[in-house]
Design a protein around this ligand. Structure first.
Ligand code: HEC
Ligand code: HEC
Ligand code: HEC
Ligand code: HEC
Ligand code: HEC
Length: 217
């Protein structure tokens, strides 16, 4: 009787099985790793806003301090977003008829705040506090990058748990002198106070900052 399968069929069957196994491994790998990639975490994605506000223009160009708009950042868990009248201190006089600024004018007339779309947003089960980081010498750019170089805002760091822990395990090299908190280009230089001195000055290191209850309360 003639063979139903030619002998090459064995090879084909083996290769298909191997291929299937390979595909399965790739899928599992993708499922495991993809949520933590920068792409999945929307790092570097520009988020559309009702008004195309430029930090580059207002901060680097005009020299406005972060705290002029994010007034609560030193004292509160939330940095706070500028209300319309903060923009209007200037834009009631400059660029008063610009189409780009129409949402600002409507917001003022209708007495409705502008709803800015969130860029950095932690899940609700994570506790975060700006005030304590600023008080302990951690600068804005450690977590937000060079905001004053952004014509449109985007998320510069992943803000994953790993990201937080990387610093919490060893904060010393990330601490800076208080007058450099808002300087997004700050780098540790030879004449910067040593990490050990800053740790002592700010009283950092008394607690285990990797303890789950620090961020999950
Ligand atoms: C003139 C006002 C103004 C100044 C000054 C300013 N910002 Fe902003 N900031 C805004 C506005 C408006 C938004 C919302 C629109 C946007 O995302 O660009 C924003 C958004 C942000 C966001 C993203 C918020 C989110 O949803 O996660 C960060 C981070 C931020 N600013 C940091 C800074 C830092 C750091 C500085 C100083 C270097 C600064 N800002 C100075 C007005 C300002
Ligand atoms: C300290 C004054 C000042 C404040 C406060 C201010 N702006 Fe401006 N803004 C300016 C100036 C100056 C220009 C440039 C006008 C020009 O190019 O002729 C400008 C330009 C703009 C533009 C045009 C695009 C660009 O960046 O060139 C937008 C949009 C804008 N501002 C939005 C805002 C919003 C939203 C706020 C509040 C969060 C705000 N501004 C607060 C001074 C200010
Ligand atoms: C240790 C990291 C870290 C530092 C330092 C930091 N931020 Fe943030 N920032 C975050 C995180 C995380 C969020 C998102 C918070 C959330 O979702 O509850 C955020 C959110 C924001 C927002 C959106 C509004 C809000 O409060 O949720 C603004 C504006 C902002 N940061 C500005 C600043 C400025 C200005 C500085 C410097 C003075 C700064 N941040 C320093 C981590 C940081
Ligand atoms: C660049 C360094 C750095 C990064 C990044 C960082 N932290 Fe911190 N964090 C610190 C320092 C320094 C302290 C103060 C430690 C102390 O007081 O001993 C602190 C303290 C805290 C505290 C304690 C507040 C309190 O009640 O005392 C919380 C909560 C916290 N961080 C959450 C976070 C979260 C969530 C993230 C990630 C989104 C994060 N941190 C990222 C440096 C950092
Ligand atoms: C410095 C702050 C910090 C500390 C300490 C911390 N976490 Fe988290 N954790 C986070 C942040 C931020 C997220 C959210 C990440 C995201 O957006 O996906 C998170 C998310 C999680 C999640 C959700 C799943 C995941 O992996 O995203 C679990 C579970 C978790 N943490 C458990 C723990 C346990 C257990 C500990 C103690 C060993 C711990 N965490 C300590 C900041 C922290």
């Amino acid at each position: 009787m003639a063979a139903v399968f030619r002998s090459s069929a064995n090879l084909v069957a083996t290769l298909s099985l191997l291929g299937l196994a390979g595909l399965l491994i790739c899928l599992i790998g993708w499922w495991w790793f993809s949520p933590s990639t920068d792409y999945a975490r929307h790092v570097d994605w520009i988020v559309g806003q009702p008004v195309p506000f430029s930090h580059q223009h207002h901060v680097a160009g005009l020299g406005i301090d972060c705290r002029f708009c994010h007034t609560a950042v030193e004292v509160s868990s939330n940095a706070g977003m500028p209300p319309t009248y903060t923009c209007m201190t200037c834009h009631s006089q400059i660029w008063t008829n610009a189409r780009l600024l129409a949402p600002l004018r409507h917001s003022l007339v209708d007495d409705k705040p502008i709803v800015w779309n969130r860029i950095n947003d932690l899940p609700d089960y994570v506790y975060f506090n700006h005030g304590i980081h600023i008080a302990k010498g951690v600068g804005c750019s450690s977590c937000h990058g060079e905001v004053d170089r952004m014509p449109l805002s985007y998320k510069a760091r992943s803000l994953t748990m790993q990201f937080c822990l990387d610093c919490h395990r060893n904060p010393a090299p990330n601490l800076r002198p208080k007058d450099q908190i808002y300087n997004t280009e700050w780098r540790r230089a030879a004449d910067t106070a040593s990490p050990e001195n800053l740790m002592a000055e700010y009283h950092v290191g008394g607690r285990d900052l990797t303890d789950c209850s620090i961020c999950h309360r």
